[in-house]
Design a protein around this ligand. Structure first.
Ligand code: NPG
Length: 369
């Protein structure tokens, strides 16, 4: 394949409800889609991060420059373009995993479409539907949180994740356990909001039988996560700390992660995400698929990944209605707490022309005429 044209479409879609985490509050999904046209087929992808570098160091405006000036020119210069060639061609550019994932995914979509193969088949999926979890943001009160959890359980979600931060942890978890019982699959996500000095406090969560506590400490501190795991019974799960399969191997080996959240965007794309799945599975460590409030363009390939055998826990792969009144693609609808794994070629979905027109704020050609 050869790249002929790359276009970036800046989209902004309102969220049905504000989403508050320990790092900030989001009210809309404000990002860009990448549309890559090759001589064989076209591909789509979505940049997963936000306008501000609050979850990670990457952000929308920065990624646009990195793609335009450093990543796309290297990939467009390849004599024979394949998705597997994107990471080697861009390896000299330090970091920028989310921008790299956007480019690799659009190329992979085009390549698989050219072969008529679905991403799920390509990755080695073993399920045709995956159980859906839901991530519940920090609320203004415990009653408001209980209302949200009740509504999501009523919709069929199979697992609840509560966002926590200092001052919003033991009490909301206790309230959810008391109201919905010990059988509810429940986990928490701190997004790096604590320090090792909070170990005794975090140990208070042990009595609630949580599936895991996600990324409690600083993202660049595997050592502290290992020390914390020695002091708490709740399994530590890493998200922000894991940027590649080697990180996952190291975290598992040093006892810093008993569970791994796999976000393809955070690790440079689906090929590295599969390696993390493989290395975790080799160690008997369960993985699950994270989410970054993706539109259907980012959600569809995540569902393909979540259908691999080692994805033993429900992911943050919720139905489109959990995020948007109207998505940019056909919506993903929950059936009995499950979402279907897309079967069409490539990522299995495309933007709807009319929705794309209404949600697009700006378009920019990054390569070609
Ligand atoms: O359902 O997609 C979803 C959101 C899941 O909690 C979720 N994502 O820290 O994992 C996270 C968090 C997030 C949201 C991260 C937005 C970055 C941006």
């Amino acid at each position: 394949m050869k790249i002929e044209h790359v276009e970036l479409l800046h989209v902004a879609i309102p969220l049905v409800t504000p989403f508050r985490t320990s790092f900030g509050t989001m009210t809309s999904k404000d990002t860009f889609l990448l549309h890559v046209v090759t001589d064989a087929a076209e591909g789509w992808s979505e940049f997963a991060a936000d306008p501000e570098p609050l979850y990670c160091s990457e952000f929308v405006a920065g990624a646009q420059i990195v793609l335009r000036d450093f990543l796309i020119p290297r990939v467009a210069a390849l004599p024979r373009l394949t998705a597997a060639g994107v990471a080697p061609a861009t390896a000299k550019i330090k970091g920028h995993q989310l921008a790299k994932a956007t480019l690799e995914t659009a190329v992979l979509d085009a390549e698989l479409r050219a072969h008529g193969m679905s991403l799920a088949t390509y990755l080695g999926a073993v399920h045709d539907r995956v159980p859906a979890g839901v991530s519940v943001g920090i609320k203004e009160s415990v009653p408001a949180l209980l209302d949200d959890v009740e509504r999501y359980l009523g919709e069929g979600y199979r697992r609840i994740k509560l966002k926590i931060e200092p001052g919003w942890d033991v009490e909301p978890v206790r309230a959810v356990r008391e109201r919905f019982g010990d059988a509810l699959p429940l986990q928490v996500d701190a997004n790096t909001a604590y320090s090792l000095a909070d170990a005794e406090h975090l140990r208070r969560l042990d009595e609630f039988g949580l599936l895991l506590i996600e990324e409690p400490l600083d993202e660049d501190d595997l050592y502290a996560h290992a020390r914390l795991q020695e002091r708490i019974a709740t399994p530590v799960c890493l998200d922000e700390s894991i940027h590649c399969a080697r990180d996952a191997a190291a975290a598992i080996a040093m006892g810093a992660a008993r569970v791994v959240n796999v976000k393809p965007a955070r690790v440079g794309g689906y090929l590295e995400a599969r390696r993390i799945h493989d290395v975790s599975a080799a160690h008997g460590v369960p993985v699950w698929c994270g989410g970054m409030l993706e539109t259907g363009i980012g959600r569809s390939p995540n569902l393909a990944l979540a259908a691999l055998p080692g994805f033993a826990l429900p992911g943050d792969t919720s139905a489109s209605s959990r995020y948007f009144a109207e998505d940019i693609t056909e919506p993903f609808v929950l059936h009995d707490g499950y979402l279907p794994v897309p079967t069409g070629p490539g990522i299995g979905i495309e933007p709807l022309a009319d929705a794309l027109r209404r949600f697009t704020r700006a378009r920019q050609t990054l390569w070609g005429e």
